[in-house]
Ligand binder design. Structure first.
Ligand code: PLP
Length: 389
């Protein structure tokens, strides 16, 4: 039986030839294509500035640095995310607080965030889980009221919209972070980006990406010692992405809207086939959201919760590359060790025990989508039979 992965990149001949062009040229790391990709992303999203990084994780670390997150600060994020969202703040020795989520979207609940804000809180990081935007206006109101920074972890949500605003426009936030890992909407192999409308944030992003070093004489704090001179102002990293990866990014970005449409068509097909089924809930799309369906997360109905392990195993045995997104971050041994020993958020826990992500990717044809539906129903029918006898 053919194995259907949960996600997969789509790279065509045009993408390959764009990468090869750069590889045959003189500059393969820091040539002109890095900026070309940044300009193209900024234009697509409608933000003033874009800085690309070598992963979504480094983009998050850079974004938190750019708003000054540091030791003694608290930041609030979702437990239903990849560990990188929280780790990126711990790197700066800030403390994380996890807020509970909305049951239906799996997104951080602004009401829960409000309860966690105190005088040490500096930053809120909502995650557009699965590609469904959070209710950004509500987070903006909180950020304004308590004078906090707001950074969107949009690693799942490139190509999505909040109301009429493109995810990535940073219309409601200080910065927006993307990942270009192969399962995401477009890929550069590994890669990430931060978009912002704030010049100070933009400048700090550029510094942190390159060891905290500036080569701009107008920024020197000491007298220049010659044309070779540069200064290090912060403890930074090598978070640079290469020109040939950005060539792939530029080429992929041209196809982004097509990719998102294809994802939405598959989601629509699943939604119709799975409507009102007795086994699981399907993803929602709120009025304010244009979902870009990085994932298609289903949630088991009450009766099936005790059988998740069995269901997951059977889906895999039937050739479906299902995944679980996510184990709540605070349950990780590392997080238990740093203070989340008996921590428990009821909706996040329920989400975790009920969630399974079905395969979805733009190159999936109708026949494959039908296969996913048929195999999924087959597994649930088998489990149901076991429950009856
Ligand atoms: C929500 C979220 N944040 C951050 C990341 C980190 O991105 P990357 O894998 O590009 O470092 C991911 C990647 O899976 C993610 O899903």
């Amino acid at each position: 039986m053919d194995f259907i992965p949960y996600g997969r990149q789509w790279i065509d001949e045009e993408d390959i030839s764009e990468v090869v062009k750069v590889l045959k040229g003189e500059f393969i790391t820091q040539g002109k294509i890095v900026e070309k990709f940044e300009d193209a992303l900024a234009e697509y999203c409608g933000a003033k500035y874009c800085v690309v990084f070598n992963s979504g994780t480094s983009a998050l670390i850079g974004a938190y640095f750019s708003v000054g997150l540091t030791k003694g600060d608290i930041f609030i994020t979702s437990p239903i995310t990849f560990v990188a969202t929280a780790n990126a703040g711990l790197i700066w020795e800030a403390q994380v607080r996890f807020g509970d989520i909305e049951e239906d979207t799996g997104n951080l609940d602004p009401q829960e965030v409000k309860k966690l804000i105190d005088e040490k809180t500096k930053l809120i990081v909502p995650v557009h889980y699965a590609g469904h935007p959070v209710d950004l206006e509500k987070f903006r109101i909180l950020a304004d009221k308590y004078n906090l920074f707001l950074i969107e972890d949009a690693c799942h949500a490139l190509g999505g919209l909040y109301k009429h605003s493109k995810i990535g426009s940073a219309e409601y936030s200080d910065a927006v972070v993307f990942s270009f890992h192969p399962v995401k909407h477009i890929t550069t192999g590994e890669g990430g980006a931060v978009l912002t409308n704030d010049y100070t944030i933009f400048k700090k992003l550029k510094l942190i990406r390159n060891h905290g070093i500036t080569k701009n004489p107008s920024e020197f704090v000491l007298p220049s010692e010659g044309e070779w001179y540069y200064e290090q102002h912060y403890l930074g990293f090598n978070f640079r992405i290469t020109d040939f990866q950005c060539a792939l990014g530029v080429s992929q970005l041209r196809k982004l809207d097509k990719f998102v449409n294809l994802r939405r068509n598959i989601a629509k097909f699943y939604n119709e086939k799975f409507a009102n089924n007795p086994y699981f809930y399907i993803p929602v799309e709120k009025k304010y959201a244009y979902h870009s369906y990085h994932l298609y997360p289903i949630r088991l109905k009450e009766k099936f919760l005790p059988y998740k392990r069995e269901i997951f195993k059977k889906l895999r045995q039937n050739g479906l590359g299902v995944q679980v997104h996510y184990i709540p971050v605070y349950k990780q041994p590392y997080y238990r060790k740093i203070g989340f020993t008996d921590f428990y958020l009821p909706r996040a826990e329920k989400f975790y025990v009920s969630e399974i992500s079905l395969p979805i990717f733009p190159s999936m044809d109708t026949k494959t989508a039908e296969e996913v539906v048929n195999r999924t129903f087959k597994v649930f029918q088998e489990i149901e039979k076991l429950l009856i006898f």
